[in-house]
Design a protein around this ligand. Structure first.
Ligand SMILES: Nc1nc2c(ncn2[C@@H]2O[C@H](COP(=O)(O)OP(=O)(O)OP(=O)(O)O)[C@@H](O)[C@H]2O)c(=O)[nH]1
Length: 810
């Protein structure tokens, strides 16, 4: 009845629950985890009680939890492992608490009456293990929800029994041992090895099985129960001092409720008071206060939990600090909200200046985020100039699209109605102009490429910073786009002028130009060298070795084109041109270029004349003598006239000269263009943009009436800023909290008071400390429990008083 009454009163822990003083610290840490958005929790070690049957395991566990809910009795009670999950719940808004249990096998059913929990454990044990003392290794899982507990698992295990009774199989002892071992061999399991004081400790099943699972004793605490029913005249001093069986973490002696107390419904609270009274009334235990009583056991466990928490703190701290750095960076990227006009103006000005600075830096290669994987910014501009533009121009052969026939046609056209006396200047100029004109397109294309590059660079400037101001970004892109287009126009005009200038005046006095005399000399040389073998023209007019000679000729040209000024005396076989017939003699008289006379020998002239007469298109029909007085009819000139196919040596020389001149002059122009086009683009487009961009921005965008519009932020950014600011605040708080976490033994001992903590959790204390319970235990000798429990070193602050020699059990 009393127990029922206790259960119905507002749930209040009546004793020092396990880990009570650690709860606030763990809560704080859990809060930090939660605020970090982390799913992980602080995993506290599981605590298992082991021992022989009826040694008092369940009683110890109950005392630690502070609630009556486990079946206890002089007979076998725990016949299935009971995994007790303590789960901390939030206090209700009105401050009231709610404690209840829930079984895994009865999901959704809440047990607010703890004696009902006990009845359900008994019933569930019977269901699985039968009603006649049978045991089963099938767990009963019970969750206890309370605002006053630590999230920790406690395991009540069946007691070790020797002689099978009831329905127990013959190997009951082995079975139970195996079952117990499966729990306590886990390195994260803390073992409470329970031995009644009225039995022989040296024969303790609890210590024996715990020793098997934890040979070094880093996670075994010895618990001596039933100190109150020891033989008269005996005491547990030596046991507690570890003189009988040494234990690294030592022993704690407790007095639980007797069977009589249970029958009388004596509460745990009363039992704890009685226990305190018991130790106080036994002078033999006075000096062992730190190892006597359930509160001391709870304290010892708390200390181990604190050590465990300490071990996980450094990892937690480094996680928080790295999160702090990245969140702070993100927060900074969203900037601050600026409301005043002056502030907005300054912000806008700052952005514009920074943008221009970033643009210039990228063009000049001073960009901080310089890539090591690919060319960027100014380097790409250089590449376009040198590796694309210049290289392409150098690969062009000015005579590439000119056939010998073409050149000859041009020459004949230039001669007009006369036969040429001099090497005609006009065809060279016409042809060279045509080649120069070809340079316009690649030059304009080059300017376009650079323009595209600048647009790309502009898009890469301040990408992150301007995310916040999409309207401004759009406007800036527009302004710089227009401005670059405007810069492209004068550079294109300039390129046009450069090409026109080159075409307008063919400077045959250029010092690098080959000049007429030299060209004639070289041409003669070439003709002479290539006189034998003469290409034999077949009937259809094709030359068998045309392809070959043409190829050679191309090669020679290529060599020629690579020489300085484009001139080299071609020593090898240098057929003048495709399909040329070379004269047998090469004697020519040479004048200087300009008015160069290349009077061919009379033979040549004759041969030209002859060849012209023999030329089919011009040849007249042969008339009979009888028709000599009749009207002579001329053949109608064809609509399209071409020069005769037969070529004189003079013509061959003329063609060769023209080509030499073309190449030489083209080379001069090409170099000029290669030099001046990039200069024009740099001046009118690139550098002009660098110089003027800031002014243009100011002129177009820095207007007070536009501030608001330009600095408009998307809602998303505002909410991101708010969110990161909050996260930042939480992280900073978490970092501070970790630093200030009172993990010193003294504070933990007292129960960490949250004071005016906004979570509103109450102060939680253990039992009032009387002089007899004055804590002296100092775990200086403690060693890591396991990997998950361990701390590599203990904080010296944990040690208030040096441990007594006896306390350091070996
Ligand atoms: N006088 C006295 N009786 C105790 C003490 N501890 C336990 N008991 C009694 O011993 C009996 C067994 O206690 P339990 O807590 O059920 O022991 P247990 O080890 O859990 O038992 P099983 O689970 O059956 O193995 C009960 O009647 C308890 O009242 C104690 O310190 N002093």
């Amino acid at each position: 009845m009393a127990e029922e009454a206790a259960a119905s009163t507002p749930p209040q822990l009546s004793a020092a629950p396990l880990g009570s003083s650690v709860i606030p610290i763990v809560n704080k840490l859990q809060d930090i985890f939660a605020q970090l958005g982390s799913q992980s929790t602080i995993e506290l070690p599981q605590v298992a009680v082991v021992g022989s049957q009826s040694s008092g395991k369940s009683s110890v566990l109950e005392s630690l939890v502070g609630r009556d809910f486990l079946p206890r009795g002089s007979d076998i009670c725990t016949r299935r492992p009971l995994v007790l999950q303590l789960l901390q719940t939030k206090r209700k808004p009105d401050g009231s608490e709610e404690e209840y249990g829930e079984f895994l096998h009865l999901p959704g059913k809440r047990f607010y009456d703890f004696s009902e929990i006990r009845r359900e454990i008994q019933a569930e044990t019977d269901r699985e293990a039968g009603g006649n003392k049978g045991a089963s290794d099938k767990q009963i899982r019970l969750k206890i929800f309370s605002p006053n507990v630590l999230d920790i698992n406690l395991v009540d295990l069946p007691g070790i029994t020797k002689v099978p009774v009831g329905d127990q199989p013959s190997d009951i002892e082995a079975r139970i041992r195996t079952m117990i071992m499966s729990y306590i061999k886990q390195p994260s399991c803390l073992i409470l090895a329970v031995t009644p004081a009225n039995s022989d400790l040296a024969n303790s099943d609890a210590l024996q099985i715990a020793g098997n699972a934890d040979p070094d004793g880093y996670r075994t605490i010895g618990v001596i129960t039933k100190l109150d029913i020891m033989d008269r005249g005996t005491d547990a001093r030596n046991l507690l001092l570890g003189k009988v069986v040494p234990l690294r973490l030592g022993y704690v002696g407790v007095v639980n409720r007797s069977q009589e107390d249970i029958l009388l419904n004596r509460s745990i609270k009363d039992a704890l008071v009685a226990e305190e009274k018991f130790f106080r009334s036994r002078p033999v235990y006075t000096s062992l206060a730190d190892r006597c009583g359930v509160p001391q056991l709870a304290k010892k466990l708390n200390q181990i939990l604190v050590q465990h928490i300490k071990a996980i703190l450094p990892g937690l701290k480094s996680r928080i600090s790295s999160a702090l750095v990245s969140v702070a960076k993100e927060h900074a990227s969203y900037g601050e909200i600026t409301e005043s006009k002056a502030g907005q103006g300054a912000l806008l000005l700052n952005i514009l200046s920074k943008y221009c600075e970033a643009f210039s830096s990228m063009v000049e290669g001073r960009n901080e985020e310089m890539s090591t994987c690919e060319l960027s910014g100014g380097a790409r501009i250089h590449y376009i100039f040198q590796s694309i533009f210049v290289k392409s121009l150098e690969e062009v052969d000015p005579c590439e699209d000119l056939t010998n026939d073409g050149i000859r046609t041009a020459i004949e056209n230039a001669n007009g109605p006369r036969s040429a006396l001099f090497v005609p200047e006009v065809p060279f100029e016409v042809l060279v102009r045509r080649q120069i004109a070809r340079l316009l397109d690649p030059s304009l294309q080059c300017a376009r490429f650079i323009y595209d590059e600048l647009i790309k660079i502009s898009h890469r400037c301040m990408v992150n910073e301007l995310q916040r101001f999409p309207v401004l970004r759009r406007h800036m892109d527009q302004v710089i786009g227009n401005f670059l287009r405007q810069g492209l126009e004068p550079s294109e005009t300039m390129i046009g002028h450069i090409i026109e200038m080159e075409m307008d005046y063919i400077n045959t006095s250029h010092p690098s130009f080959i000049g007429g005399s030299k060209a004639v000399e070289l041409a003669n040389q070439q003709i002479k060298n290539s006189r034998v073998p003469l290409p034999i023209r077949s009937k259809d007019g094709s030359e068998p070795d045309k392809a070959l000679t043409s190829e050679r000729s191309n090669k020679s040209r290529a060599i020629l084109a690579r020489q300085v000024n484009g001139i080299v005396a071609d020593q090898g076989v240098r057929p003048v041109a495709d399909g040329e017939k070379l004269p047998s003699t090469g004697s020519t008289s040479i004048s200087t270029w300009g008015i160069p006379s290349i009077f061919g020998g009379s033979d040549n002239r004759t041969s030209v004349k002859e060849s012209s007469t023999n030329n089919k298109p011009y040849s007249e029909p042969v008339h009979d003598a009888e028709h000599s007085f009749s009207m002579i009819h001329l053949r109608e000139p064809p609509t399209v006239l071409r020069p005769s196919e037969d070529r004189s040596e003079t013509q061959a020389i003329e063609i060769a000269i023209t080509k030499l001149l073309l190449r030489s002059y083209y080379d001069i122009v090409r170099k000029n263009i290669e030099d001046s086009v990039p200069k024009a683009i740099m001046h009118f487009l690139v550098n002009h943009t660098k110089r003027e961009l800031h002014n243009v921005f100011i002129k177009k965008l820095y207007r007070e009436n536009l501030f608001e519009e330009m600095l408009q932020e998307p809602d998303e950014i505002a909410s991101k800023r708010k969110r990161t600011r909050e996260t930042l605040r939480v992280l900073q708080l978490a970092f501070r909290t970790l630093d200030e976490l009172p993990l010193e033994a003294e504070t933990v001992e007292r129960g960490y008071s949250l004071g005016s903590d906004p979570t509103g959790l109450p102060e939680i204390h253990g039992l009032p400390t009387s002089s007899i319970f004055k804590w002296k235990w100092a775990p200086l000798h403690a060693r890591p429990l396991s990997h998950s429990l361990s701390v590599s070193h203990l904080n010296v602050k944990l040690c208030r008083t040096p441990p007594t020699k006896a306390g350091i059990s070996k």
